[in-house]
Each structure stands twice: as C-alpha cells, then as structure tokens.
Design a protein around this ligand. Structure first.
Ligand SMILES: [Fe+2]
Length: 281
C-alpha cells in the first residue's frame, strides 16, 4: 500500500469501453458524481477520432468529473500520436484545461486520488489488421519491435512503463487488455476466434492458453514487475469479471455504451486502505 501523504482521498468511477458513445460516459459521470466520486477512469476504446470530441464537447462544456483516459485498440492512433507529439502535446494540455479530459499515454505514472497509478493503453486487434507505423527495415517476421505508434502494446511501451514505475510499487494498473495465463479467465467469444487467428496469431502475437487469453506484452509487463499492483483494471473483453491472481485483483469492466444495464457498467474504486472495486449502487 503506497497511500500518498497529504493527497486527497476519494472514490474513483471506472468505466469500460465506450467506443465514442460520449453521451453514455456523460450520464455515467453525472451518476458517479452524485455517488460521491471525485474522478473517473475510462480504460480505452474511448473514441479518439479526429473531430469527434470537438463535435460533442460544446453540448456539455466540461466533463462533470475529471476524466482520465487511456487508448484502446479502436482509436485513430496516428491522429492520437500527432496530438501527443505536435507542439509538445499542446492539444492534450488543452483537453485537460478546457474539458477536464486527461489522456495518459502508455508508459506513464501519476498520482490520482491518493493512489499511485500506472497507465499503459493499447491492445492487439482481433477483428481487423493491426495498425502501426515503423521503419521498413525493422519489419521481419512477427510484429515490429519498436513502432512509432501501434494499436497494440509494444515491447517499447512495456520498457517505458517499467522505467516510469521504477522501484516503487503502484497501487493501480490501468490497461486496455490484460496479461494471459495468470488465471484471469478471459475467454473471448467463439465468433472472434477466426479473426484472432488471422489478425493476431498469424501476425506473430502469443495469445495465451484457451480460456485465459490476453496480450503478449502485458504478460511480459506483469512478469517483469518487481512489485505487483494491488488492483489492475482493464476493458476490451466487454464482460464484467473480477479474479485474483497472486496478490493482485484483476477487474474487467463491462462496456459503457448504448443501453447497457447500469450495474454492469459503472464501478468504483473505494477509498479504503486498499483499492477495491465495487459496483456502483
Ligand atoms: Fe478493445
């Protein structure tokens, strides 16, 4: 437990994939605020596409709670990379200032509501070709080792995350998918299997044992972490499920879009001594 001295304690609303359904996110944040949450985390597949936020945000002005977001696989990663790198990330600063929207790039660590949080978005596509940019000379068999940007979590992202974490443990890990083979139990749907074989397995990714699938480089990240986080939240699989692996609680958040049942989509991290996740009543 690495509760930080002097930082405000508070409940954090956590949201799964929303795929650009910003109205659903807005409604969830209003509900979370009424329930006493002071911040929100959305775990990727947020809907980062050119012009979409600019279209939506004038209708609400700002998010009702500080909204902390990572990237999933279904984003425009090239565009997002430009927002992050052009003029030293001026666009991201503006999102934070104007909209209270805080995008956390892969391989960063920050303090949120008294918890030390590591952020590492991205995931391999299961239903379409992988997207990336890399020097052609780096393309051999399998995925490129150090793409400039990619839909999936790369080895370089893992190295950055480990470097950012350093020797001090994090309380909370936020990713879009999860490690495989730890007993987290992500099975996927049968109808996704041909797509996974075509776009992920044949691309060179390991996907783990049947019924306990996940992301290759997040698995490497887990094994390389000298201190395991207390809580690890993710989305991507569109199910709501929590399992413990070693001393870490892994929680997959259900989707936050359309007409999903409230109990399935909105969960909170408590402000007790150890971060725990509960359904928002
Ligand atoms: Fe996803």
């Amino acid at each position: 437990m690495t509760k930080m001295e002097g930082s405000p304690r508070g409940r954090i609303l956590t949201l799964g994939d929303c795929h650009g359904d910003f109205n659903a996110v807005h409604n969830a944040l209003i509900r979370g605020k009424h329930a006493g949450c002071i911040a929100a985390i959305q775990v990727g597949d947020f809907g980062f596409f050119p012009g979409e936020l600019e279209k939506f945000m004038p209708s609400i002005g700002r998010w009702p709670l500080p909204l902390h977001v990572i990237d999933g696989n279904h984003e425009d990663h090239e565009w997002l990379h430009r927002q992050r790198t052009h003029r030293r990330g001026e666009a991201l600063l503006q999102w934070a200032t104007d909209w209270d929207l805080h995008y956390h790039p892969r391989g960063t660590v920050s303090e949120l509501c008294g918890w030390r949080v590591a952020w590492c978005g991205g995931a391999a596509h299961a239903d379409r070709p992988q997207e990336y940019a890399a020097r052609p000379s780096l393309h051999r068999r399998g995925p490129p080792p150090a793409p400039t940007w990619s839909s999936w979590v790369s080895q370089a992202d893992v190295r950055r995350t480990l470097a950012a974490i350093g020797d001090r443990p994090v309380d909370l890990m936020v990713t879009h998918s999860c490690p495989y083979g730890l007993g987290i139990g992500m099975a996927g749907s049968d109808f996704m299997i041909p797509g996974v074989m075509k776009h992920s397995f044949k691309f060179g990714f390991e996907i783990g044992p049947e019924g306990d699938f996940g992301e290759q480089y997040l698995t490497d990240l887990w094994h390389a972490l000298p201190n395991k986080p207390l809580l690890w939240i993710f989305g991507h699989w569109h199910v709501r499920q929590a399992r413990k692996a070693q001393s870490t609680e892994f929680a997959c958040l259900g989707t936050c879009e359309g007409e999903c049942r409230e109990s399935a989509i909105w969960q909170i991290i408590t402000d007790s001594d150890r971060p725990r996740i509960h359904a928002l009543k």
